[in-house]
Design a protein around this ligand. Structure first.
Ligand SMILES: *Cc1c(COP(=O)(O)O)cnc(C)c1O
Length: 390
C-alpha cells in the first residue's frame, strides 16, 4: 500500500510484463554475454521504429556519442560545437578525444540550439580557418530543435551533425524520427529515460560502413587474425545480451510510454497553464515531442516566487523535482570554453527559472494532483497573504 505522502520520483524506470521473458530466454540458452539474439533483436526494433539505416547497441548513450565523434575523425585539438543547455554527457566525449568544446546557446522557443548563435559561431570559425569537426545538437526533454535551420547552416559549412536524442526517442520532426536527421543519432536507455535497459545506448546512422566500424571499435578493435591482434585503439562499449532483452520488451511499449508522458504534460498544462508567470515549452509546428519531462519556467517578477521556493515546497511534500540542466558554459569544468549566446543568454535564464516536474509514465493521477496542488498553492499563497494583509 502506498502512503499518502509516499515519495514521487521524477522519472523512475517503468517495467512491463515481458522483460523477464526475454531475460529468461537468454538464461535458458546461456546467452548471457557478450552479444546474441537480444542485441540483434533490439537493434532491429530501433531500426524499424525510427526508419534509420542501421543501429549499434552500446553500453551507454555517452559511449554512442564518443564513437560518433571518433567516426567523424575528431582528434586532439579539433573543435566540436555542442548545445550548452544539456546534461554533461553530451560534451564529455569531446574531452575524451582531447578536442575543444565550443558551446552554443538555446533559442527561447524550443530551448534547443539557437540557429542564430550557431551561424555566428560557424562564420567566425570559418574566418579563423578552423571549422568544427562536428556539431552536437540536443533535443532537450523530448522537444526537437529547429532542425531545418540548423541543418541548412551546417550544410553550408559542410559540418556533420550528431543528434543527441538521448531524451527524445519517440519524438518526430516533420514526420521523421528524432535521431535520423543528422549524420549520426544517439539514444540512451539509462534508468531515467523514456525506456530503459537499466543502462545502455544506441548509435544510429544511414552510413552502414561507419556503423560497421563502430562495432569493430566497440569490441576492442580486433584485427582479422587467428590470434588477438590490434592495430588501433578500441573500446569495450557493447551492450550485453541480458540488458538488450529488457530493451526489446521496453520497445514493445514505446508508443504507450510516449502517450502516457504526453498525457501527463497535458494535465500539467491544464492544471498550471492558466497561472500568470508559468510557461510551458510549446511544440513546434509539425513536430511531436515525447514529453520525456514536463519542464516549465516560473517568472519571478510575474509570480513573486522564485523557482527555488517551488523546488523547496515540492521537496517538503516528498516530491522529487529538479532544476533545468545547468548550462555547460557555466560549469567549472568548462570555464575556459568559448560560448556563443543567442543575444540575451537564453540558457542561463532558463536555468534560473526552469523546473522539471515528475513525468514518469507510471505516475498516477492522484500523484500528479499532489504535484499540481503543491505548485498551485506555492504560487497562489503570496497573493492570498497579500490580500489578507490588506
Ligand atoms: C542521459 C543523457 C545522455 C547520456 O546517456 P547515458 O546513457 O546515461 O550515457 C546524453 N545526453 C543527454 C542529453 C542525456 O539526457
Amino acid at each position: 500500500m502506498l502512503q499518502n505522502n509516499h515519495r514521487i520520483y521524477l522519472s523512475p524506470p517503468h517495467m512491463g510484463e515481458r522483460e523477464k521473458m526475454y531475460i529468461n530466454e537468454a538464461f535458458e540458452t546461456n546467452w548471457i554475454a557478450p552479444l546474441g539474439p537480444n542485441v540483434d533483436g533490439f537493434e532491429n526494433d530501433i531500426i524499424s521504429f525510427t526508419g534509420t539505416g542501421g543501429a549499434v547497441a552500446l553500453s551507454s548513450g555517452t559511449a554512442a556519442i564518443h564513437l560518433a565523434l571518433i567516426l567523424l575523425g575528431v582528434e586532439k585539438g579539433d573543435k566540436v560545437f555542442c548545445s550548452s543547455l544539456t546534461f554533461v554527457a553530451s560534451a564529455n566525449p569531446i574531452l575524451y578525444q582531447g578536442a575543444v568544446p565550443v558551446f552554443i546557446d538555446s533559442e527561447p522557443e524550443t530551448w534547443n540550439m539557437s540557429p542564430k548563435a550557431l551561424e555566428r559561431a560557424l562564420r567566425e570559425a570559418a574566418d579563423d580557418g578552423k571549422l568544427p569537426k562536428a556539431v552536437i545538437v540536443v533535443h532537450l526533454y523530448g522537444q526537437s530543435a529547429k532542425m531545418d535551420e540548423l541543418i541548412s547552416i551546417c550544410n553550408y559549412y559542410s559540418v556533420p551533425i550528431v543528434e543527441d536524442s538521448a531524451e527524445s526517442l519517440g519524438s518526430t520532426y516533420k514526420g521523421k524520427a528524432s535521431g535520423t536527421l543528422g549524420k549520426f543519432g544517439i539514444f540512451s536507455f539509462n534508468g531515467n529515460k523514456i525506456i530503459t535497459t537499466s543502462g545502455g545506448g544506441m548509435l544510429i546512422s544511414d552510413d552502414l560502413v561507419l556503423l560497421q566500424r563502430a562495432r569493430f571499435l566497440a569490441t576492442q578493435a580486433r584485427d582479422q587474425a587467428a590470434y588477438y591482434q590490434h592495430s588501433q585503439r578500441g573500446y569495450n562499449y557493447r551492450l550485453s545480451n541480458i540488458l538488450a532483452g529488457i530493451g526489446r520488451a521496453q520497445m514493445e511499449l514505446i508508443e504507450e510510454r510516449v502517450f502516457s508522458r504526453r498525457t501527463i504534460y497535458e494535465k500539467y498544462e491544464k492544471g498550471l497553464g492558466t497561472l500568470p508567470g508559468v510557461y510551458f515549452i510549446k511544440e513546434l509546428e509539425n513536430t511531436r515531442s515525447n514529453r520525456w519531462l514536463t519542464a516549465i519556467t516560473i517568472n519571478e517578477k510575474e509570480t513573486g516566487v522564485h523557482v527555488s521556493q517551488v523546488l523547496r515546497a515540492l521537496e517538503e511534500e516528498n516530491i522529487e523535482a529538479r532544476p533545468v540542466w545547468k548550462p555547460l558554459h557555466l560549469q567549472p569544468l568548462f570555464n575556459e570554453s568559448k560560448y556563443y549566446a543567442h543575444g540575451e543568454d537564453v540558457s542561463a535564464r532558463l536555468f534560473q527559472s526552469g523546473i522539471c516536474l515528475p513525468s514518469g509514465s507510471s505516475l498516477r493521477d492522484e500523484e500528479q494532483l499532489r504535484v499540481i496542488n503543491c505548485i498551485y498553492k506555492t504560487l497562489k499563497e503570496p497573493y492570498i497573504t497579500e490580500k489578507v494583509a490588506k
